[in-house]
Write a protein that binds this ligand. Structure first.
Ligand code: SAM
Ligand code: ZN
Length: 455
């Protein structure tokens, strides 16, 4: 724990160690979320926790993820969510600035009003700079697809996370998406944030786009805040995993990966000699200095933030992933903690280590969602007393008021639900079934299996 702490630091530390999932869905009113490129749900979880901290519940009306096992992990962690194993570009298939396609219109009708659209598009779509057709075809640019999704779903606010280098994308993904959102009536701010400033015990720089058409939301002011709490003490590796010191000899997510004999000798050397960087003589030849890979084969320090956690956290050759005090790499559980995925986050719908690596390494750390989500949702709730809640009173949560800059409320479909009892599971099934119809005739219909139990 940091020497200085505050109620926010305490709440974050407790969040990481909570073993029973809060019942995010039952608090009223509910924040209605759509999550694109949803992975295992790190960003949704952060927004759900932010909602809980400001007194709201969460309803993930739609989560789209094309990796089957990641989608399963999402469904396990959000059992009431409408999880769709699908390609985002196939769902939002229209050209930006044009009228919605038939598929988009049906999707919008099924999803209904959306408070917050979340997205963590993958970055590989931006790197193919030689292929002009690919670069110029808006349907192939997944970042701009998020802006298209906003045009279609008309959420009140949009939060997009990406690697910092997207700023320099020669396909100008960020300016193009920004322009689309501004034409659709959103105020947009972008910034590269150091997530250590948002309470994540890790060096992780990420590009954030925040947009809103709510009159009380100033996206630039929220991104400018960039602090988890006022004491602003960076959280350390010890803060995140100090209590798991010997849990790593366990099984499953508490088992470190089995090293080669050479790597075991290297890790043992680091611990025995109390060193953090491996000398050249002990590295494979291709990793000899001078090079930019000093952190590879390195050992983590207790009293600083971790290096960026990637999908390679289980291999000492892929980064500084040796435990600070033990001759082993960090376990999936420890990597999850460093990503601020809490102990109740359930990875067990898959026992495949590569799925754990995909979900943990790619996750948007929930504390990012918490510390951007709290000021965002507070501002979005500002006019609660004036607003007409689109779903009327419900027994499991009401949508947030979605007063917008142009004075409209809720989904463009405009009509309130027939019943004021919103049954999320039924709605999720309905969304899935309609989406299957939309995609019918095509390439095999795959549904994400629902799991009912949360560990
Ligand atoms: C950066 S990760 C998102 C992490 C997620 N937001 C979280 O916090 O856990 C990007 C995800 O997008 C998925 N993905 C990549 N291309 C996709 C596509 N065209 N449609 C849907 N999902 C896609 C990947 O499988 C990956 O899980
Ligand atoms: Zn604090």
């Amino acid at each position: 724990m940091p020497d200085v702490s505050c109620p926010v630091c305490d709440a974050d530390a407790a969040f990481l160690r909570t073993v029973t999932r809060p019942d995010y869905e039952t608090i009223a009113p509910c924040v209605r979320i759509v999550d694109l490129f949803a992975g295992g749900g790190g960003l949704s979880l952060g927004m759900a926790e932010a909602a809980r901290r400001v007194g709201h519940g969460t309803d993930v009306v739609l989560a789209v993820e094309k990796h089957r096992d990641a989608a399963r992990v999402f469904a396990q962690n959000f059992p009431k969510a409408g999880v769709l194993e699908a390609d985002v570009a196939g769902l939002f298939d229209g050209v930006v600035d044009a009228a919605p396609t038939a598929a988009e219109t049906r999707l919008r009708e099924q999803v209904g009003s959306v408070d917050v659209l979340l997205a963590g598009p993958p970055c590989q779509g931006h790197s193919d700079l030689n292929n002009h057709t690919r670069r110029e075809d808006p349907r192939n640019d997944l970042y701009v697809r998020v802006a298209r999704a906003a045009e279609v779903l008309q959420p009140t606010s949009v939060l997009v996370e990406n690697v910092a280098t997207i700023e320099h994308d020669r396909g100008a993904a960020v300016p193009r998406a920004t322009a689309v959102l501004e034409r659709a009536g959103y105020r947009v701010a972008t910034s590269v944030l150091d997530l250590a400033e948002l309470g994540v015990p890790q060096r992780r720089r990420r590009h954030i786009l925040l947009a809103s058409r709510h009159a009380d939301v100033d996206p630039a002011a929220i991104l400018f805040l960039r602090a988890a709490c006022e004491c602003a003490v960076p959280r350390t590796v010890r803060w995140a995993i100090g209590d798991l010191l010997d849990v790593g000899t366990g099984a499953g997510v508490d088992a470190a990966s089995v090293p080669s004999p050479e790597n075991l000798a290297r890790m043992t050397w680091l611990i025995d000699h109390d060193e953090y960087d491996l000398p050249n003589v002990l590295r494979p030849k291709c990793h000899h200095a001078p090079h930019s890979y000093l952190s590879m084969y390195g050992r983590l320090r207790w009293d600083g933030p971790a290096q960026t956690i990637t999908t390679g956290y289980g291999s000492m050759g892929q980064g500084r992933y040796v435990h600070p005090a033990r001759a082993r790499t960090i376990t999936p559980h420890e990597a999850a903690r460093l990503q601020t995925l809490p102990d109740f986050f359930d990875l067990l719908s898959s026992s495949v280590r590569s799925t754990w690596a995909h979900v943990i390494g790619n996750a948007v750390p929930p504390l990012l969602g918490v510390h951007l989500g709290v000021p965002l949702l507070r501002a979005m709730s500002a006019n609660t007393t004036d607003a007409v809640l689109p779903s009327g009173g419900t027994d499991r949560g009401e949508a947030l008021p979605s007063d917008t800059v142009d004075g409209t409320r809720g989904a463009s479909s405009g009509s309130p639900p027939a019943s004021n009892h919103y049954d999320s599971a039924a709605a999720a099934d309905q969304v899935r079934s309609t989406l299957e119809q939309v995609r019918a005739g095509g390439r095999g219909r795959r549904r994400t299996r629902r799991r009912s139990a949360v560990r």
